[in-house]
Design a protein around this ligand. Structure first.
Ligand code: ADP
Ligand code: MG
Length: 255
């Protein structure tokens, strides 16, 4: 693969409005709880979590395996519903919102990047990226332009008609990033996005997240890598379902 991070086109993302409202509260969690119940065991995955995330912020979440990182990300991403506590997203209390409203918010406002890419192998690269636009009813002509633009951002236009299985892991994750941002989401959620990648491909993925953040995106990233976490502005540490510490990069300091 000939791709180099300095080839990333930094100008194509069509997001003139994204920088508006930078610094305002986007996510506010208070006393958030999540308990999983099976027939025999009850697991407390989130235990009174308080967390506020501002628009334009790049936040990393760290902690040992099983401490609740993915659960927290999935609750923030409205994939999973909390058992208790309060969740305010973009000014709206959605703690008890009906599923229909959450599905709608998820489609319009959130973009996900997973460790295992989660692409649909029956669809081409372009069709995978197009999917969120189809779900939100974007007209075909506009879909074509936006898919082309984000594939350009991740330098994969030449692979648009390939199937995901024909691509390297690093390329697949770049497709997943394109899919996550094609809808211009308010919030990008990444769960160990470099976890399945070698260091070079991992570095490319982190470079893309950096560029998206510089363009005004709000990003929450779960990671086991301290060097990846240090690219964020703030690192939150979790243990046993709780937030046990927080480190903020001094303002003005570059990652
Ligand atoms: P992490 O991402 O930090 O590794 P998770 O959020 O995946 O942790 O899991 C937190 C805890 O919740 C773990 O003890 C895990 O076993 C449990 N858990 C996660 N998902 C489920 C589920 N669907 N059903 C039951 N227990 C779960
Ligand atoms: Mg996890």
């Amino acid at each position: 693969m000939n791709y180099r991070p300095d080839e990333i086109n930094e100008t194509v993302l069509p997001t003139p409005g994204r920088r508006q409202g930078l610094g305002e509260r986007l996510v506010s969690l208070s006393g958030l709880r999540k308990t999983y119940r099976t027939e025999h065991v009850e697991t407390t995955a989130l235990d009174e979590v308080d967390l506020a995330i501002n628009r334009g912020e790049f936040l990393a979440i760290m902690g040992p395996s099983g401490c609740g990182k993915s659960t927290l990300l999935n609750v923030i991403g409205m994939i999973d519903s909390p058992t208790g506590g309060r969740y305010v997203f973009n000014g709206t209390d959605i703690s008890d919102a009906p599923e229909r409203q959450l599905v709608d918010l998820r489609k319009k406002s959130l973009g996900f990047i997973f460790q295992s890419f989660n692409l649909i192998d029956e669809l081409s690269v372009a069709e995978n990226v197009e999917l969120p636009l189809l779900y939100s009813g974007v007209p075909a002509a506009e879909r074509r332009v936006r898919v082309r633009d984000v594939l350009e951002l991740v330098d994969l236009n030449a692979r648009a008609r390939h199937k995901p299985s024909q691509l390297s892991g690093g390329q697949q994750q770049r497709v997943a990033i394109a899919r996550a941002v094609v809808n211009d989401p308010k919030l990008i959620l990444a769960d160990e996005p470099t976890g399945n990648l070698d260091s070079k491909n991992g570095a490319d993925v982190m470079d893309m997240l950096r560029i998206l953040h510089e363009q005004g995106a709000t990003i929450v990233m779960v990671t086991h890598s301290l060097s990846d976490a240090e690219r964020a502005q703030r690192i939150v540490n979790m243990l046993d379902g709780r937030i046990v510490g927080e480190k903020r990069r001094p303002t003005g300091e570059q990652a």
